[in-house]
Write a protein that binds this ligand. Structure first.
Ligand SMILES: Cc1ncc(COP(=O)(O)O)c(C=O)c1O
Length: 402
């Protein structure tokens, strides 16, 4: 079967840019249809948090599938798998976020959070930050400032404004329903919001009766070296959204809010055919349990520091190509001098056996499995180094020196 030919002619996908047919994965590696092994430093957009084909996920999937996949009248009936997940989440969520809802994707969780913010506050205005990314539904596009996303399907949901991080103080007012923000911008190029800014934002929201929605879809579940990126800031959001790594690669998401806010939500305000599906819940409970018991947050924090140091050394070796290295935990960006170099570097990495994530605004991102070992990282680093040598040869003469 010619997979690429069939997909090119029959499938409508957003962008098919990498001529790579992935057949299987195990741990931090994937194999293509020619049997080549590649190190996956993307975790499928930061999703396969325990790597590929982790036994904990495989056994949770098989056991739950043999038990039940979808409840009759799901949502009306109870589920032991969902109860197990709720207990797991209770142990890791910030204090005060006691009420938990489930969704199928990060965008859907954010969409629901925005919807609830309207109902709870009786207001419509939502503030988001420039360069933000919260998803691709109509409502979430309307609060996603990154690279003109929100301008592609006008008109946006009314009442939204984009502001810079230092403008929030002046912009939040008595009409503001909510502020939505990523603690570390992911698609925006791995840009962390300082803890004190989040603390001030929380106070400003509280004093105007606006809700603070923290989008931990990409940063949550140990990605940044803490269970949640806001953990160290001491800020408890009014609503926190989660996705991606929550279920190790299965399409699943959640959002949590305070009991006080949940009191304003009525039966029927939210739901969906698959929300809280037992199969997803069983896998998610297994993933969260594994992250918690193995203290994966500590591993990510420690190895994440090493990754940053190693990449900063690369920056010193390739100052003509790399202008900045930034990141937290296993969420790392190599910022290049030229946007046009992103794909050549991505392709060169692939030739060197390493898959990285090309990102807008001259950034290449690394979002590896959270169980990546130090040895696997060294392999990745050598591949990236060799790819930079290739890029330098390709770009000789065009380089803009730092
Ligand atoms: C911070 C953030 N929020 C929301 C989303 C949307 O999640 P999903 O693609 O699961 O809808 C993403 C996806 O990249 C994200 O990074």
């Amino acid at each position: 079967m010619d997979v690429m030919q069939i997909e090119d002619s029959l499938g409508l996908t957003v962008c098919r840019r990498q001529p790579l047919v992935i057949e299987r994965g195990e741990g931090a590696f994937v194999w293509d249809d020619r049997g080549n092994r590649l190190l996956d430093l993307t975790a499928g957009w930061g999703v396969t948090s325990l790597g590929h084909a982790h036994p904990v996920i495989l056994s949770a999937l098989a056991n739950q599938a043999a038990c039940i996949i979808q409840n009759p009248n799901s949502g009306f009936t109870y589920s032991p798998a969902r109860a197990r997940l709720l207990v797991e989440l209770q142990q890791v969520l910030p204090d005060g976020l006691d009420r938990i809802y489930f969704a199928n994707s990060g965008a859907e969780a954010n969409d629901a959070a925005l919807k609830f913010a309207r109902k709870i506050t009786g207001r419509q205005r939502v503030l988001a930050i420039h360069n933000s990314f919260h998803g691709r539904t109509l409502a979430t596009l309307s609060v996603s400032g990154s690279s003109g996303n929100s301008a592609r399907f006008l008109p946006n949901v009314p009442g939204n404004d984009f502001v810079s991080i230092d403008e929030f103080g002046a912009e939040i007012d008595g009409d503001t329903a909510a502020v939505i923000i990523e603690p570390v911008q992911g698609e925006g190029g791995v840009k962390a919001v300082p803890h004190d800014v989040l603390q001030t934002l929380k106070q400003q929201c509280r004093s105007h009766g606006a809700l603070l929605i923290i989008d931990e879809v990409q940063t949550g579940f140990c990605r940044t070296g803490d269970f949640f990126a806001i953990s160290e800031s001491g800020v408890t959001p009014d609503i926190m959204t989660m996705g991606k790594g929550i279920a190790g690669g299965l399409p699943f998401a959640a959002f949590a809010m305070t009991q006080e806010l949940a009191d304003a939500v009525q039966l029927g305000d939210h739901g969906g055919t698959y929300c809280g599906n037992p199969l997803m819940c069983a896998v998610s409970a297994a993933v969260v349990g594994c992250l918690r018991e193995q203290r994966v947050d500590n591993h990510v924090k420690a190895l994440g520091q090493v990754m940053l140091q190693d990449l900063r050394e690369l920056q010193r070796a390739f100052p003509d190509l790399i202008c900045e290295v930034r990141g937290r935990g296993f969420m790392v960006a190599l910022a290049l001098h030229e946007d046009a170099w992103v794909w050549p570097l991505t392709d060169a990495c692939q030739r060197q056996g390493v898959i990285v994530t090309p990102t807008r605004n001259a950034v290449v991102r690394l979002l590896p499995s959270l169980l990546l070992t130090a040895g696997e990282w060294q392999l990745g680093l050598s591949g990236i180094r060799a790819a930079l040598v290739e890029l330098r040869q390709q770009c000789a003469g065009q380089a803009r020196c730092a």
